[in-house]
Design a protein. Structure first.
Length: 291
């Protein structure tokens, strides 16, 4: 069964013209993120990436709000599991298990960083709690005028723990991140645009989706190998020196760059005044048959 034919609790998938559109589709639940989300998202993105099904991913949602964050069922299921435990359970082993479980949860959004292809996110209404972790992992963000962002965790007595704090300081000034984290206030679309959290703001959902798909289409026409190399180089610079970044891109060029392939195609297309036709990335082989 193809990915687009599968039935997911949270998602609808559409792949056309080298663009994969992942749609959060629980509007009646404000697109909150239940347990299935945390395993389905990496599976979907990894399959699109590993099988080279698209060159760009767009993530959006249905309904009034992008996402209300972690579904309350995730917390209640965890609490029920704790209540059912043997009271003689060793605290060290119990906490160690929780630690490894949280690391597994954090891996959900790492798939976006690790994907070879760009991930664009279109946000309307509320982007709350775990949805901020989600959004901060994407490569580019766009929103509607009615959008707002809220680190909701502080308002329910906890610390955001699945990606907001490692990623948001690379997108916003540190003092602003701390203000949002300590107060739990809402950052509205105009402020999000001014500080660079989103690339652009649109009057409504339809205008936003039209423009985001236009950008995705433009990206899909570029060399997918050059796009992958650019994403790798940009992400690599986080927490590293300029010298380290230069060395990384030099190694990439030495290993993956071939002027007789994509550059030749790009320059030839310019001379002939036509769109270049680049080869797709190859699927990532599994197991030991890598060659």
């Amino acid at each position: 069964m193809s990915l687009t034919d599968e039935k997911f609790e949270c998602f609808k998938i559409d792949i056309q013209d080298k663009i994969a559109h992942i749609i959060l589709n629980r509007p009646e639940k404000m697109n909150s993120l239940p347990i299935s989300f945390w395993s389905d998202l990496p599976r979907i993105i990894n399959e699109i990436d590993h099988d080279a099904l698209a060159r760009v991913i767009v993530i959006s949602s249905t309904g009034k709000h992008f996402s209300a964050g972690m579904d309350l069922s995730v917390f209640s299921d965890a609490e029920n599991a704790r209540n059912e435990e043997n009271p003689k359970t060793d605290p060290g082993r119990k906490k160690g298990s929780f630690y490894k479980g949280l690391l597994k949860l954090q891996e959900t959004f790492n798939c976006i960083d690790n994907s070879r292809i760009p991930v664009l996110m279109a946000i309307q209404g509320g982007c709350i709690g775990g949805a901020v972790d989600f959004a901060s992992a994407s490569d580019m963000r766009y929103c509607t005028e009615d959008a707002f962002f809220c680190i909701q965790e502080i308002n329910i007595g906890m610390t955001a723990d699945v990606g907001t704090f490692p990623r948001l300081p690379h997108l916003l000034p540190m003092g602003l991140v701390k203000e949002l984290a300590f107060t739990g206030r809402r950052m509205f679309s105009n402020e999000a645009k001014d500080c660079g959290l989103v690339n652009n703001v649109f009057p409504n959902y339809d205008d936003m989706m039209k423009e985001v798909m236009k950008i995705a289409k433009e990206i899909s026409k570029k060399s997918p190998l050059a796009i992958w190399g650019s994403k790798e180089a940009i992400n690599y610079t986080r927490g590293r020196t300029i010298e380290e970044g230069l060395n990384q891109i030099a190694m990439w060029q030495a290993g993956m760059y071939n002027p007789q392939v994509d550059m030749k195609e790009a320059l030839g297309a310019q001379i002939e005044k036509k769109d270049p036709e680049f080869e797709d990335l190859y699927p990532i082989k599994k197991g030991f048959g890598l060659l």
